[in-house]
Design a protein around this ligand. Structure first.
Ligand code: SF4
Length: 354
């Protein structure tokens, strides 16, 4: 039996035609699955009883299954929540819901685990179990929208995994999330965050995708970047920056350069000077500095407040939007991958550090 949850509108319409039904049934069921979050064909009350029975006999709706929610304990509606989901093969993934005054953001996972092994990231210690399907990616948001907050404004693909290593499923999930027959999230309100996979950045630019793009820069020289992010051995800064210029020439939005600030690693005055040069070479961009959120037994530390203030002050001469983000919900381990590691539920065979 085919799982209909995760099919694009075209695929769902084609499925109905193959099943001998009218093509528009695809749109009807698409709305039930993604706009209303239906859990069974019985919920689809504008379908005839006979069609619902036919569907129940020939297809399934399988979604990520929520198993627990942790709250950051902040005041009522401002509390961040981490939601853990079980997948049919026993793997576990997580999403984070972050309400703020002016926006409500959900951070989604795109893979179970991650192969890239960034040293500042808990997911990086798990290794990759597998790519998520489009339904498993979109299903996280559809659950949160139905059961936690119907008014999600922003989506960031910054949870477990590297979205560009699961390119096609990530794009199908984004298509579902932005559909007016689905959750209808604004295209620019979805941010895809990559560790810097150069060929996919170029592909993404060439395809003229309208979702926002963020790149984890995190260092201003190749040596430091390679130590923090092994993927930098494959794609050095020169190639990465060149791909970002290509994106700027073809992409529609400003790329965001993410910079996790780590004490004694990338927070010096020389780093600021090099970062200013990088920003001016990329051109149209934004810079988002994130104070490191210590994970597990990592020897890495967050900088002192004075260091962060000095770094931001020195960096403020750049002529592009600059923001500083402090981790919210660190008491629920809201940085990517942390809860899945703590819960120890990813099969041990898949937990080798990459
Ligand atoms: Fe993977 Fe992202 Fe973590 Fe790096 S930061 S290991 S790309 S999940």
């Amino acid at each position: 039996m085919e799982n209909l949850f995760g099919l694009s509108l075209d695929a769902l319409s084609a499925w109905f035609e193959t099943a001998g039904e009218k093509k528009f049934r695809g749109t009807q069921v698409y709305k039930w699955l993604y706009k209303f979050g239906a859990d069974s064909f019985d919920d689809m009350t504008d379908l005839s009883k006979a069609l619902r029975e036919k569907l129940a006999a020939s297809a399934t709706i399988i979604k990520p299954l929520p198993v627990s929610v942790l709250s950051s304990g902040e005041n009522g509606s401002q509390a961040a929540q981490k939601i853990m989901f079980d997948l049919p093969d026993g793997l576990r993934i997580e999403s984070v819901y972050i309400p703020e005054d002016d926006r409500k953001t959900v951070c989604l996972s795109t893979q179970a685990g991650c192969a890239l092994g960034c040293v500042f990231c808990a997911t990086g210690t798990m290794g990759l179990s597998r790519n998520l399907t489009a339904g498993e990616i979109a299903g996280q948001l559809i659950h949160i929208r139905k059961h936690i907050d119907p008014d999600i404004t922003n989506v960031v693909l910054m949870g477990m995994g590297e979205p560009f290593q699961n390119y096609d499923n990530t794009m199908t999930a984004c298509e579902i999330l932005t559909s007016q027959n689905g959750p209808g999230v604004g295209k620019k309100k979805i941010t895809i965050s990559t560790a810097g996979l150069v060929p996919e950045i170029i592909r993404y630019a060439d395809e003229r995708r309208q979702y926002s793009l963020a790149v984890s820069l995190n260092a201003t020289d190749d040596d430091t970047r390679r130590k923090l992010m092994p993927i930098a051995k494959k794609y050095p800064l020169k190639e990465l920056l060149s791909s970002l210029k290509h994106y700027n020439a073809h992409g529609r939005n400003r790329v965001t350069l993410e910079y996790v600030l780590i004490s004694g690693v990338n927070d010096s005055t020389d780093d600021v000077k090099r970062l200013i040069k990088i920003v001016s070479s990329v051109g149209r961009c934004k810079v988002n500095v994130i104070v490191f959120n210590p994970v597990g037994h990592s020897p890495l530390r967050a900088p002192e407040n004075e260091t962060t203030e000095r770094f931001m002050k020195q960096l403020s001469v750049i002529n592009v939007p600059l923001t500083l983000r402090k981790s919210r919900g660190s008491n629920i381990a809201a940085a990517c991958g942390q809860l899945a590691v703590k819960s120890n539920t990813v099969p041990s065979a898949n937990k080798n550090p990459s």
